[in-house]
Design a protein around this ligand. Sequence first.
Ligand code: ATP
Length: 286
Amino acid sequence: MTNCIEIKGLSKSYGDFALKNIDLTLPGGSILGLIGENGAGKTTTIKCILNLIHRDAGEITLLGYDNIREERLAKQDIGLVLDECFFSDALRPLDLDKILAPAYREWDRKLFRSYLDKFDLPEKKLIKEFSRGMKMKLSLSAALAHHPRLLILDEATAGLDPVVRDEILDEFLGFIQDEDHAILMSSHITSDLEKVADYIAYIHQGEVVLSDAKDSILDSYGRVGCTAAQLDNIDPRDILRTRKGTFGCEALVGDRVAFSRKYPMLLVERTTLEDIMLFVGKGETK
Ligand code: ATP
């Protein structure tokens, strides 16, 4: 299996914010979900991947191509969907077909129209009359219609209703059935990533604080609800983060099974990506 994205030692400083030494790998046939609080550095990472901004250090390979020296070659095989539709409101889907066809070596008119059909998008309606969900589906149709091998999606499912999101997530799962294909998607909708991502990378204040297979994260991390007295009796080395509330305390543990063995009186529950983010974003270390 080849890697569709390899990022090594990526750094970028904006003065008061810095992406620090980011390492990420996206193997073929898989989906990498990028999570992180607002302002954590997800879009900055994606902009560096796409060479839209200058990086200070690091190396990025996309589909085996250097993202700067071989940018044009890499981009022919990349489909991009950002959180806003960047097509002019004055166009209609069928105009896009004419505009985008010359830009891509492998633009597939039939495939584009089949996506319009699949997503119930009117070919002749002005884009300004499209709803947000329709615009997103249109962006995705255009991103997929040139047979990309890599999809890069920045908050592409934000603001979409659960039915539309489910449809789009299904499309993503179909896309990565080919081992040469892969998807990098940033999202605040962690439940979407729990459904489709194979790997999760969590960026917090410009650093990757967690990067692993999703199943391994969800199978090993756990949440313990306890009293302040019980929390005091836990060895700080056995917990990653704590949160103290009016009704008790909570702790995040990195190895649920080992924790349960050592503290059989405490109940350890499975945790979610959202929980982990809340612990890292709002919790404390013991
Ligand atoms: P969100 O979830 O809100 O989209 P994000 O994780 O995508 O957040 P980024 O857009 O990467 O976050 O922003 C990371 C930091 O970089 C923020 O502090 C932001 O203010 C800063 N930043 C982004 N673009 C610029 C810029 N052009 N000049 C200066 N600072 C910038």
